[in-house]
Design a protein around this ligand. Structure first.
Ligand SMILES: C[S@@+](CC[C@H](N)C(=O)[O-])C[C@H]1O[C@@H](n2cnc3c(N)ncnc32)[C@H](O)[C@@H]1O
Length: 280
């Protein structure tokens, strides 16, 4: 099994960003997150100046659109079970449980982050959050995607969410995870997967700054952070090949003016949200 716990430090940073932009409560922040935010401040200022947007903007764009797509599935399709893999210190589970008390929201991550989040959540006004250890590379057992989904009610419509995970791995490696997800979701009457993806848009006007941001994330997490797929069409085809149907590749710009919390930038967007489904 591959140890990917080096990536967990990034959860402290994104956890801080959600708080900084009013999406979270104080409980979710850590000293590490605050420190990385200070280190990132000059890098973000540079990116804003030369590239027209900073790392926070692309984090907020993905977070807001993922929230919106999950809400739509709860409200329009009657989804009642959500599994967020690699949840980090994200407040989404907390916020959704507050807004939709009838849903079962299972948050999963590696053991270190699960322990940290349990400690942080203990101080909130909403105890009882389901936090489970799951390594997305486990292929069997209770700490695998399959094991987590097998512990849920097979009669309920279910979503898997990942955010800030998939670009830490080479494409063939993460595609193998996606195929296992698509298989495991087939046990439900309907299943969806929602994630964000940073594509390799070589013709993007700010491509060299994207490469700079890519190196920054790689440096912070002591590894690579590869971009995936050169176009929306290639993304769609890839997810279909991995076993998903109705693959929507969403440009956050398509929601400009429609989602109040979505930050808008003049330059072309760099992130895509993928929503796809499986049915048995
Ligand atoms: C950038 S953080 C994102 C956290 C959160 N989703 C967010 O957006 O704030 C990446 C997360 O992936 C988790 N992670 C890394 N390798 C993993 C693996 N093999 N299985 C499950 N989670 C993993 C890390 O522990 C970390 O919490």
């Amino acid at each position: 099994m591959t140890d990917t716990s080096r990536i967990s430090v990034s959860a402290h940073y994104t956890g801080y960003i959600w708080y900084k932009h009013g999406l979270s409560a104080k409980n979710f922040i850590t000293d590490t997150g605050r420190r990385i935010n200070m280190i990132a401040a000059p890098i973000n200022a540079f990116l804003r100046l030369v590239g027209g947007a900073d790392i926070d903007i692309f984090l907020l764009q993905r977070h807001t659109v993922i929230d919106h797509k999950v809400e739509e599935l709860i409200e329009k399709e009657g989804v009642t079970q959500i599994v967020e893999l690699a949840c980090g210190l994200s407040p989404r589970g907390y916020r959704f449980r507050k807004k939709y008390p009838h849903i079962r929201y299972v948050e999963c991550d590696l053991p270190g982050i699960v322990a940290k989040k349990r400690e942080l959540l203990d101080g909130t006004d909403l105890p009882g959050q389901e936090l489970r250890v799951c390594d997305v590379f486990n292929t069997a057992g209770p700490e695998s995607i399959k094991g987590i989904l097998e512990s849920l009610d097979p009669q309920q419509k279910t979503i898997i969410v990942t955010e800030g995970l998939v670009n830490y791995f080479e494409l063939p490696v993460i595609r193998e995870v996606w195929s296992r997800m698509a298989d495991a979701l087939k046990r439900f009457p309907q299943g969806w997967y929602i994630t964000e993806l940073y594509p390799d848009f070589a013709d993007h006007p700010s491509y060299r700054y994207v490469k700079f941001a890519q190196k920054t994330v790689g440096f912070l997490t002591k590894g690579d952070w590869p971009l995936h797929y050169p176009s929306d069409e290639a993304i769609q085809k890839g997810f279909q090949e991995d076993g998903f149907n109705d693959v929507e590749v969403i440009d956050p710009a398509s929601y400009y003016g429609k989602l109040p919390l979505l930050p808008e930038v003049k330059i072309k967007t760099l992130v895509r949200i993928i929503k796809c489904s499986v049915s048995r």
